[in-house]
Every structure is written in C-alpha cells, then in structure tokens.
Write a protein that binds this ligand. Structure first.
Ligand code: GLU
Length: 478
C-alpha cells in the first residue's frame, strides 16, 4: 500500500488535515506500506514557505513520520508540485493527443462575465464548451499565432461511479461535470491534473482524504481513464463539525495543530483523540496508544457520519495521558513550558531534575502542560505572595507560627517530608493551633499562595535554606 498526505501550504495545519494525515499514516503503518508527504503548492499566490515549515513541524510533533517527502527524499523528489510542473504539462499534452483535452481560448474575463450572466438568468454557470467545437487545425493555428489558451478536459458522456471505501458507491452524471481546466493559460496546472499525475507517478494505491474532495473524485477518475491508467482506491473521511453541527472552524475555538501544542497538549493524546474522529476500534475503547491504533485501524470502521469535535473530551484525554506519564517523561515534557515562562533553561539538567521531583506533586492537578506553570513557578523563582496570602501572613497567629517554624527547620536533622510533617504537627500541638491552620501561613510563605502542591514534599524539594529565607522574608515584609 502506498498512501499520501498532500496538503496545500496556504496556512497552518488544521486539525482536519492532521486527522487526514493520521488516517493515512495509520493505514500505511498497519499494512507495512509507505506513507508519502507531498506538498501541493501549485497555487503560487497562496502557498508560503512558512506554511510548509509549519506543516512539517506539526507532523513531526504528532509523530507522523513519512517514508518519502520533504527532508526525507525518495525517488519522486522533489515532493513539491512546483518542482514537477513538466510532468503535468506532458500529461496535458498527452491528453490532447488522445483527443481527451482541448485548447480553450476564452479569456478569464469573458468566462467570468458569461458565468455571471448565466447565474443571473438562472442557468447553469458551467463552461459552455464552445472551444471544444473549434476544429483541430484551427486550434493549432490559433496557438501558433500566439493566442493564449488554457487546456480543458473534454468530459465524456455517461456516468462516473466512485466506489468509495467509506461511503460505498457514489454516482455522478457526467453532464453535470464541467469541462474543467487542466492547464491555465499561464501554463500552471490545476489541482485535479496535478493530483492525478502525482498519484499515478508515485504509484499511490489508496487516496484517503476529506469528503470535501468527493466532487473532485469523478473528475479524477475520468482523467485516469483518459490516461489509460488504473485509478487508486478512494476513501473519503467524514467532515469534522463543532457541537452545533457546522463544519469545524475558528468560530469553534482553536483549529490549528500548533495551538494545541502551545496549549500544552501531548502529541499522543492528540493522536488518540484525532483517531476517534470518524473511526472507532469497537464501541467502547477510548484510550489507545499508538501501537493499539496501528494494530486496530481499518477503513471498514470509518463512519460516513460527521464527526463531532469535543474540546472537553480532548482535555480529559490529555489529563489521562499526563496521569500515565512517569516522572521523568512528564518533567521533560514540561521543560519547554518552563523555559517559555522564564522559569528554567531548557537544557539545564538541574532544572530537569528538580522538575522530575516535582512531577508527582502536580501530575493529578493538571490537565494540560501549561496548567503546571503557575503551580510550579515557586520552585524555580522567588514569588510575590498573592494578596489573600499576604493578608493571612499579617495575622499575629501566623507570625507566631512562622517564627516557631523557622526555629524548627533549623533544628531538623533530616530535611525530608516525613520529618517536616512530624515536626510541624508537634509544633501545632504545642501551640494549641489546629494542624491545618498552622500549616497555612507556612504554605503561604514558601509558595506565595494559599493553595499549593502538597506542603511538606514541596518544602523538601525547595530545601532548608530556601524555606528559611522565604519565611524570614515573609516576616519582614508583612
Ligand atoms: N491539496 C489538497 C488539499 O489540501 C489535497 C487533496 C487530496 O488529498 O487529493 O485539500
């Protein structure tokens, strides 16, 4: 099996595109096939280098590796349509030779005008095929005289049936298909021509893509036939919609893969979530690692009904994946976020080790990686106490507790959570203060907040010196 993901680099990678890429990748990995990344950048006015870079970065982040394509190479290099234009021109010429395509001398302005007129009159805006009737010699001479022309496909009569692996048979009446342009009058290829030439040349066996492309499929099938080539199998994936049933768009919130990375989602959670947009393993399993997905993925279980994007489910799923991470992995995943917040430097082994020790204290309190940043900041830098913490710290009882705590911390032999807890409980007892109440000012002084990760474990990680310094500072300032 040879599969491909063929994004047009006109913007960021949309989660819908990522779902398409993922399904292709899963099929390729499941069947030991090849997964190809091809950049469809024929639309020069809308394609950008940044978009290509962003697609590559996001694909890598998701862990969807490709066997042929940008950065990887392969026998069909370059895997960018702008570098393959000669192939498309040759194919268009071949189609002309075979009588399956013809020159169209209508100018874009004329076409637009006719279209508008037809629409106004309530007629079909389709091209009226007038240039199809120009005799061959005449057409050749006009071209020789330098008249600009596009090349159009001569859609034959009859019916075209798409045998879709998800939707079954879908029939199209050819009379409803326009004689579509293959090459524009500037010599640039259109999507339908380039995609067929590339899929043929790259020996793609299965075209798996969003169902917004279904109307293109009969055109492409007709092209394969005209080129006397066998068409690949087609599978059109269901649309992704928001909870309101409308196609997922910015109105619904984030739709760029990059935003989810920035928000602190894990690639594994994202992949798991995307896999369930239109596919299911059975009727109940939700959490599946990559191996399970690869082993279980099959087009037979892809639904043709729209898939609903549910942000809450994604957040929940992400928290499940965070919960399952070991301390080291979680610390590593958090480092870029700490770095971004200016709390640590990414490659600092000391910071990583500290984060590894903090990980068990925050793992169950966060749903995304970014959630951790405010919770752990006080481990990495001095923090200004929040206002309600300051208020608490000003109280007489609080100050007495802090003074006493300071003394005890100095005397502790081993500065660990168990010893800290024992000593502080004894202190509360002696002072006649309820333990929870006695711990509050200590928490506020060392963390700057009235809510923090578990106090004694946190103090152990902060170390004696830092705790003492923060307690002293708190007594001075409040
Ligand atoms: N470049 C097309 C797109 O981004 C790909 C369509 C296809 O997979 O054939 O929608």
């Amino acid at each position: 099996m040879r599969l491909r993901f063929a994004p047009s680099p006109t913007g960021y990678l949309h989660v819908g595109g990522a779902r398409t890429a993922l399904f292709n990748w899963l099929l390729a990995r499941r069947h030991g096939g090849s997964f190809i990344l091809r950049i469809e950048d024929t639309d020069l006015s809308r394609s950008t280098e940044e978009a290509i870079e962003a697609i590559i970065r996001d694909m890598r982040w998701l862990g969807l590796d490709w066997d042929e394509g940008p950065e990887v190479g392969g026998e069909h290099w370059p895997y960018r349509q702008t570098g393959r234009v000669n192939l498309y021109r040759r194919a268009a010429e071949e189609l002309m030779r075979k009588g399956a395509a013809y020159r169209c001398f209508c100018l874009p302005e004329e076409l637009a005008e006719r279209r508008e007129k037809a629409l106004k009159e309530g007629k079909s805006p389709m091209y009226d095929r007038r240039c199809r009737r120009i005799p061959w010699e005449e057409s050749r001479d006009m071209a020789k005289d330098g008249k600009p022309f596009a090349i159009r496909f001569a859609v034959p009569e009859g019916e075209t049936v798409v045998r879709d692996l998800v939707r079954g048979e879908v029939r199209f009446r050819n009379q409803e298909i326009e004689d579509f342009v293959l090459l524009r009058n500037d010599g640039s290829p259109t999507y339908n021509l380039a995609v067929v030439v590339d899929d043929l040349d790259m020996r793609i066996t299965h075209v798996v893509r969003g169902d917004d492309h279904l109307p293109n499929t009969p055109k492409q099938i007709l092209l394969y036939r005209a080129l006397e080539a066998e068409e690949p199998a087609f599978a059109h994936l269901p649309m992704i919609v928001g909870r309101d049933g409308k196609p997922l768009s910015k109105r619904h919130g984030d739709v760029a893969v990059g935003s989810f990375r920035e928000r602190g989602f894990l690639p594994d959670a994202m992949v798991n979530f995307l896999a369930l947009l239109g596919w299911s393993l059975d009727d109940s399993t939700t959490i599946m690692d990559r191996d399970t997905l690869v082993a279980g993925f099959a087009l037979e279980r892809v639904s043709s009904k729209p898939a609903v994007w549910d942000d809450e489910k994604l957040v929940w799923m992400n928290s499940q994946y965070i919960m399952a991470m070991d301390d080291q992995a979680l610390a590593q995943a958090l480092m870029p976020f700490l770095a971004q917040a200016g709390l640590a430097e990414e490659g600092d082994p000391g910071a990583l080790e500290r984060m590894r020790r903090i990980s068990p204290l925050v793992r169950e309190r966060i749903k995304t990686l970014t959630d951790a940043v405010p919770l752990v900041a006080f481990f990495f830098r001095e923090v200004e106490a929040e206002e309600d913490a300051r208020e608490l710290l000003r109280g007489e009882e609080s100050r007495a507790v802090l003074r006493e705590t300071g003394k005890r911390l100095l005397e502790l032999e081993s500065f660990d959570a168990a010893a800290l807890e024992e000593s502080m409980r004894a202190m509360a007892d002696e002072m006649g203060v309820k333990p929870r109440k006695a711990f509050q000012p200590v928490r506020a002084a060392v963390s700057g907040s009235r809510v923090s990760p578990p106090l004694f474990e946190s103090m152990e990680i902060l170390g004696r010196e830092t705790c003492l310094r923060r307690i002293a500072r708190s007594l001075e300032e409040n």
